[in-house]
Design a protein. Sequence first.
Length: 199
Amino acid sequence: MSADAFFSKVRTYTDLSAKAELAWSSLLRPRQYRKDEPFIRAGDVPTTCAFVVEGLLCQHYVGRDGDLVIKYFFPENRIAASVSATLLGEPSLFTITAIENSAVLEYEFAAFKALVREVPDIAAFYISYMERHWIIEKEPGEIAFRHDDAMQRYVDFIQREPELHRRLKQHHIAAWLGITPESLSRLRKTIAMRRPDSR
């Protein structure tokens, strides 16, 4: 499995020298996950991150009423991890599961953090990655989830992630929105009725 896509993605955050790429590539291990196979289980202490080369993973947990709640999707070119638990060395509150047959490149987080301390290019990536996904993207997303209704969040999702929307099963989208599949069907009908070509 080639690491070209991985390093192309890394370079969208920062420039990477040949030396840094060689050091990081030595940590990468290819792995396949079948549909419904977990990458991280809730309650386990996670130690690895996974770059999705092909396929789709999702981060989820079981809500108070026993329903599936999806927190995040990881399609191609995203890094799947239970970040807080990995950083703290504590049991993960979430499970990350392949919802399609998936091919990933995994690396041990402890070995990666050693490179962060030793290689300036990789440290620059780490800072840029954390800033983008844990500050710039995370805060607006949390505000929207608290204040926007399900319709607005669904419309925003379709506009932001049209390809991912086409790939997902209805129950996965409903679990991410925090509604039932039946409620999602009603949202879809409402959206279809609003389109000019539906008249």
